[in-house]
Design a protein around this ligand. Structure first.
Ligand SMILES: [Zn+2]
Length: 155
């Protein structure tokens, strides 16, 4: 399938298709060496950008290397990721026209302090690449911190 990497308005570089893609098609595999989550944390603890993809129960990650790692996040994407026999594929969720940028929803979780701001420009943009559940978890944490700083008096 004809995929090219070029500059993107979402993020530095993005992945574009030169050919029409049909809904449901497996577009590209998320390839790269598989390493443990511990090793990945160690390897990338000081790195602002990582291309890691959790597999199965999340104890293993794919250290992205190849075309798929350039696919940007969007809150209104045209692809999704699917696991087939332990391999991760980017699949089209609708028909995609030649020239379109490929995107999928990163659904980030387990984030550190980084706010992972989203620039996808979709009307339904969440403003962040975190999954909705992760946003809630972080809000709860923030409220907890706030209460610690400003304890309420109880009568
Ligand atoms: Zn967005």
């Amino acid at each position: 399938m004809g995929l090219i990497i070029r500059s993107s308005s979402i993020h530095a570089a993005g992945c574009y298709t030169t050919a029409a893609i049909h809904k449901g098609a497996r577009v590209v595999e998320y390839t790269g060496p598989r390493i443990s989550k511990e090793l990945a944390d160690e390897k990338y603890q000081d790195s602002p950008t990582t291309y890691l993809f959790g597999v199965g129960d999340g104890e293993q990650v794919i250290d992205g290397h190849g075309t798929a790692m350039f696919i940007n996040h969007s809150c209104h994407p045209n692809c999704e990721t699917d696991e087939f026999d332990g391999r991760i594929w980017i699949c089209a969720t609708r028909d995609i026209a030649p020239g379109e940028e490929l995107t999928y929803d990163y659904h980030l979780y387990d984030g550190d302090e980084d706010e992972a701001r989203c620039n996808c420009g979709a009307a339904s943009c969440r403003g962040t690449m975190y999954a909705p559940e992760e946003i809630k978890r972080r809000q709860r944490l923030a409220r907890k911190e706030e209460r610690k700083k400003h304890p309420r008096k109880h009568k």
